[in-house]
Ligand binder design. Structure first.
Ligand SMILES: Nc1nc2c(ncn2[C@@H]2O[C@H](COP(=O)(O)OP(=O)(O)OP(=O)(O)O)[C@@H](O)[C@H]2O)c(=O)[nH]1
Ligand SMILES: [Mg+2]
Length: 206
C-alpha cells in the first residue's frame, strides 16, 4: 500500500532486534471488516518493517469479494499483517492484522489464539461490516476496544450512538483515530493497554 506524498509516511524504523529493556510481550489482534484500515494501522505503528500478505484485487474477485472503496483500494490482506511496537521500555506488543474479506475469515481462529486483546477498527460508512467481528471476539472472550477510523467522507456520530448501534457494553472504550498516523494508531494501542490493565485490576481478565 502506497502512501508516498502524504504527510503520514512513517518515520525511520528502529532496528529489528528487541530493545534490551524488554521484559514482556503480548499478542494483540487488529480486526474489522473489509477495507477499514487494518493493514494501514499495522504499517503505520510498527517499528519493524511490517510483514503483509496483500494480494492485488483483480477482476476475478468481482461479485465474490466486497468491492467497497475499490476505486482507491487495489490490494487486500489474504492471510495476516504482522508488526511490532514497544509500548513502554519493558513491554513489547506483537500486532496481528486479520484479513477483512469474508472468504478468509476461517484464518481468524488461529490469529486469535493467545491474544491478550484486540482493536476493532470501524468505518462509520459501513458499521455493519464490524458486527460479526465484534460477535466473534465476544464469543471467544477476547477483550477489545473500538477505534473509529475517520475517513473524510464518513459520517460523524456521537460516541453513545455508536455504542448503541454496535451494542457495546458501557465500559468498552470507543475512540477516534486516523490509522495513517503513527501517533494516532499508538494512542489506540495505549487505550487498549489501559483497558486491559483496568480489567486485570478488577479481576475481570481471565
Ligand atoms: N482517507 C483515508 N483513507 C484511508 C484511511 N485508512 C486507510 N485508508 C485507505 O483505505 C483503504 C483501506 O486500507 P487497508 O489498510 O488496506 O484496509 P484493510 O482493513 O487492511 O483491508 P482488507 O485487508 O482488504 O480487509 C486503503 O486504500 C487506504 O488508502 C484513513 O484513515 N483515511
Ligand atoms: Mg488488510
Amino acid at each position: 500500500m502506497d502512501f508516498k506524498g502524504s504527510d503520514t509516511v512513517p518515520g525511520p524504523r528502529t532496528e529489528d532486534h528487541l530493545p534490551h529493556t524488554a521484559q514482556a510481550a503480548a499478542k494483540i489482534v487488529i480486526v474489522g471488516g473489509f477495507g477499514v484500515g487494518k493493514t494501514t494501522m499495522v504499517g503505520s505503528v510498527s517499528e519493524i518493517r511490517p510483514l503483509t500478505t496483500e494480494e492485488t484485487m483483480t477482476q476475478a474477485g468481482v461479485g465474490v469479494d466486497d468491492n467497497y472503496g475499490s476505486e482507491s483500494k487495489t490490494a487486500t490482506t489474504v492471510a495476516m499483517d504482522f508488526g511490532r511496537i514497544s509500548i513502554t521500555d519493558q513491554l513489547v506488543l506483537y500486532l496481528f492484522g486479520t484479513p477483512g474479506q469474508e472468504r478468509f475469515w476461517f484464518l481468524w481462529n488461529g490469529l486469535f489464539e493467545g491474544a491478550l486483546g484486540a482493536v476493532v477498527l470501524i468505518d462509520t460508512r459501513r458499521l455493519e461490516v464490524s458486527f460479526d467481528v465484534i460477535g466473534r471476539l465476544e464469543e471467544r472472550g477476547v477483550p477489545f476496544v473500538v477505534a473509529v477510523n475517520s475517513f473524510p467522507d464518513g459520517p460523524r456520530y456521537p460516541v453513545e450512538d455508536l455504542r448503541t448501534a454496535l451494542d457495546l457494553a458501557e465500559d468498552i472504550p470507543i475512540i477516534e483515530c486516523d490509522v495513517r498516523r503513527r501517533a494516532s494508531s499508538r494512542d489506540v494501542l495505549m487505550t487498549l493497554m489501559r483497558f486491559l490493565h483496568s480489567l486485570a485490576m478488577t479481576g475481570a481478565l481471565t
